[in-house]
Design a protein around this ligand. Structure first.
Ligand SMILES: [Cu+2]
Length: 415
């Protein structure tokens, strides 16, 4: 266990032990506590240090070699301020090249860690930038050419929280790891030796790499105890290719307050929240009734992704309300948004990405051979697979970018 995990766990247990015995019993001993990434802010000289390093992580029965930022797995949540310059020193302690890409953060190309921003083993890359965008939950991960998927699968990913004055004024839940909770969801696969399995074959080349074990902040079906009232979840679909569809086990609504781009004008109540890979949403959940429930992901209509155990509702984490009251609220209004410009008279361009049809066919056959065609919901039993953006996404994923969906379709002004 990381020291920071221990501190968070101690804090959670501290809260729990202040409660009557019946309440503590609800916190199941056999379920791991949700690991909470450390909230890291810049030091007095506006610097943040990130070490890209290798370690070991226990996943159920598997003790696997994993990679992390400043730890064994995943990384800290970097809290940045709008308008405040920050310098990040990225030290690569791995034995191979990597890059660090600021996903969703509006930074100049030379600062970003695309495939050009290589950090050789043992070397340090220093980047400086000033966030100018609205408050938003973003993330960072490698974007090494040809190796992005594997390096992320090994554990490299962390959150970036951009804050601004507008967000600070709202009385949203904001106690990190207590009622403002990061939820990084990723699927993993392990080989016979219990190591992370990132073998690409015709099937994963055709439909995208996917695993059979769901991790939430790196833990299998963890639990989180939170003060009863409003609970804020910062959801990240950190999977390689798997679309997720968040819901609650007792159908209580999720109130979406922010997307990739920051606050929505007002909360939107949903009972299902589909998320493509790389996407972030912030939701508030009312847990004032004190009843425990699961955050789950429902089966999705995406080729290859609805096979067992994902052919049914699958738990993401258990949420256990505590007896103590929470202090955050769900405001009726969140922010003012500018009116969308008229789309009239714009030139529309459609770019279609495609892949080797032979590889596609071989992948489909491999999928059918492995899982059979007994799951119509899996969307691979027909001649064609899923339609729309999911299909485009799957194809984009073949290009090897976990976040290629952003660039898969471009429709816009011919400016
Ligand atoms: Cu990305």
């Amino acid at each position: 266990m990381h020291r920071r995990d221990f501190i968070k766990l101690t804090a959670a247990v501290g809260v729990a032990s202040a409660l009557p015995a019946w309440s503590r019993l609800a916190f199941a001993a056999d379920r791991p506590a949700l690991p909470i990434p450390e909230l890291l802010t810049a030091d007095a000289t506006n610097r943040i240090a990130i070490n890209v390093q290798a370690g070991k992580t226990q996943f159920g029965p598997h003790l696997a070699t994993t990679w992390g930022y400043n730890g064994n797995l995943l990384g800290p949540a970097l809290q940045l301020r709008q308008g405040k310059a920050v310098t990040v020193d990225i030290h690569n302690q791995l034995s191979e090249e990597t890059t660090l890409h600021w996903h969703g953060v509006e930074v100049p190309g030379e600062v970003d860690g695309g495939p050009q921003g290589i950090i050789k083993p043992g070397e340090t890359r220093t980047v400086s930038f000033t966030p100018t965008q609205r408050a938003a939950t973003c993330w960072f991960h490698p974007h090494q050419h040809g190796n992005t998927g594997r390096q992320v699968a090994m554990g490299l990913a962390g959150l970036v929280l951009i804050e601004d004055n507008e967000l600070r004024k709202l009385l949203l839940p904001k106690q990190w790891g207590i009622d403002d909770v990061p939820v990084i969801v990723q699927d993993k696969k392990f080989n016979a030796d219990g190591q992370i399995d990132y073998q690409l074959d015709v099937m994963s080349a055709a439909v995208g790499w996917f695993g059979d074990t769901l991790l939430t902040n790196g833990a299998i079906y963890p639990q989180h105890a939170a003060p009863k009232g409003w609970l804020r979840l910062r959801l990240l679909n950190g999977c390689n290719a798997r679309m997720l569809n968040f819901a609650t086990s007792d159908n209580r609504p999720l109130y979406v307050i922010a997307s990739d781009g920051g606050l929505l004008p007002e909360p939107v109540s949903v009972t299902e929240l589909p998320m493509l890979t790389g996407e972030r949403f912030e939701v508030l959940v009312d847990i004032s009734d004190g009843k425990a429930f699961d955050l789950v992901t429902l089966p999705v209509n995406q080729m290859g992704m609805a096979v067992a155990p994902f052919d049914q509702s699958h738990p993401v984490m258990r949420i256990q309300p505590l007896a103590i009251p929470a202090s955050g609220t769900l405001p009726d209004m969140l922010t003012r948004m500018p009116v969308l410009p008229s789309l009239e008279g714009l030139t529309q361009r459609a770019l279609q990405l495609s892949m080797d049809p032979m590889l596609d066919m071989m992948g489909m056959q491999a999928l059918q051979k492995k899982y059979g065609d007994a799951h119509p919901a899996a969307g691979y039993s027909g001649v064609r697979h899923v339609t729309g953006y999911a299909d485009t996404y799957v194809r984009a994923a073949v290009a090897g970018r976990a976040d290629a969906a952003h660039t898969a379709t471009v429709n816009g002004p011919d400016a």
